[in-house]
Design a protein around this ligand. Sequence first.
Ligand code: DGP
Length: 114
Amino acid sequence: MGSTIFSKIIRKEIPADLVHEDDQCIAFRDINPQAPTHILIIPRKEIRNVAEMEDEDAPLLGHLLRVARDVAKDQGLADGGYRLVVNNGAAAGQTVWHLHVHLLGGRALSWPPG
Ligand code: DGP
């Protein structure tokens, strides 16, 4: 049994606005959006973050990027551009300890990030 809020979303114990679902991952809208489109892509497998992924997880993380590409296209972001963010660790702003890719788009995004 997973211990984070995202495990509860995966198990459908709490609701989320799902935009994609397959055997390896789900994608849903962030509850606190930082851009007009802000979607989280998360593996079903419980991996705390990139630092704690196993080498064998590399294809799974590649799958998350492939899904991010397809969701971005579905959301109409492919032409204008979008940003993918993976916060790793507290200093980077990670607050949920289940690996997730943020997909942000629909506005101009400045660089460098805060
Ligand atoms: P991070 O700071 O990188 O760990 O991002 C965690 C994100 O998760 C943050 O943007 C808010 C989002 N979030 C936290 N709890 C929930 C929830 O219950 N539902 C949804 N949809 N998003 C959540």
